[in-house]
Design a protein around this ligand. Structure first.
Ligand code: 1GP
Length: 250
């Protein structure tokens, strides 16, 4: 049975076609900055705020960032953890994710075993998600000990995604790596979408309205952007990206 946040995401996808989620890397922001980003993104039409990054963050700082966001906006705050240190009791939900192309069992199931009791204790809504790192993989690929699937092997990614669906995951995330030079190509998104029935999240290197529209038209149900919120014209950038996604509906 999907929980409250998952239901909300599915309803928004159903109503809007493709949706946008803003990613806040707690390592890069202060709590007031996180609030501002959340507020601006919400005004621009983002559906939820994800909080997480690939490297190190102090639990107390993560808590402060999540709290600041939750105080500011009503849209859900969803944790995007790279390890058990990415869990905060103050969020609404957590992507309960397995890095499907990691060669390290820790990222496939080890961290999840350690984190599951905390998720339960904190009353966080777990949303099962299969995470696949593609392209050059970026920092997430190194930290997660992944063998990133090259952009010219879409059928291999589709096999990973289908395995995730058959294992019971509710979402698949194609990760091009934060700040990737080239976002996940439309051919790869189309191929995965053709194979799986569960919603597809795409992120990594999406910076323009055109790139967002390309990903949405190829079948991305959720588009995640992180880096663009660091630019000086962040508010406008997020609005443009969301306009791009909406272009898919017209
Ligand atoms: C990273 O997919 C996300 O995990 C977002 O990437 O920071 O490049 O937008 P960007």
């Amino acid at each position: 049975m999907p929980g409250r946040v998952e239901k909300y995401l599915l309803e928004r996808i159903k109503a809007e076609g493709s949706i946008h989620i803003t990613l806040v890397d707690p390592e890069k922001v202060t709590p007031p900055q996180a609030s501002r980003i959340a507020e601006n993104s919400k005004t621009s039409g983002t559906s939820a705020i994800m909080v997480g990054g690939s490297t190190f963050v102090f639990p107390a700082h993560l808590d402060a960032v999540v709290k600041a966001i939750r105080r500011t906006v009503k849209i859900p705050t969803i944790l995007f953890p790279n390890n058990i240190t990415g869990i905060s009791r103050h969020a609404d939900a957590i992507w309960f994710m397995s890095l499907l192309n990691s060669i390290d069992p820790y990222f496939l199931i080890g961290a999840q075993i350690l984190g599951a009791p905390l998720v339960k204790k904190y009353g966080l809504e777990p949303i099962p998600m299969g995470y696949i790192i593609v392209g050059d993989g970026g920092t997430a690929g190194i930290v997660g000990k992944a063998i990133p699937v090259p952009y010219n092997k879409p059928e291999l990614v589709a096999a990973h995604a289908l395995a995730g669906q058959y294992l019971g995951m509710h979402f698949i995330y194609l990760e091009g790596g934060s700040g990737a030079k080239n976002p996940v190509p439309p051919e790869m998104i189309r191929t995965v979408k053709h194979f799986v029935d569960i919603p597809l999240i795409v992120g990594g290197g999406i910076r323009t309205k055109e790139q967002a529209l390309t990903a949405a038209s190829a079948g991305a149900d959720v588009i995640v952007t992180g880096n663009i919120i660091e630019s000086t014209d962040a508010k406008q950038k997020v609005s443009e990206i969301i306009d791009g996604i909406k272009g898919n509906r017209s």
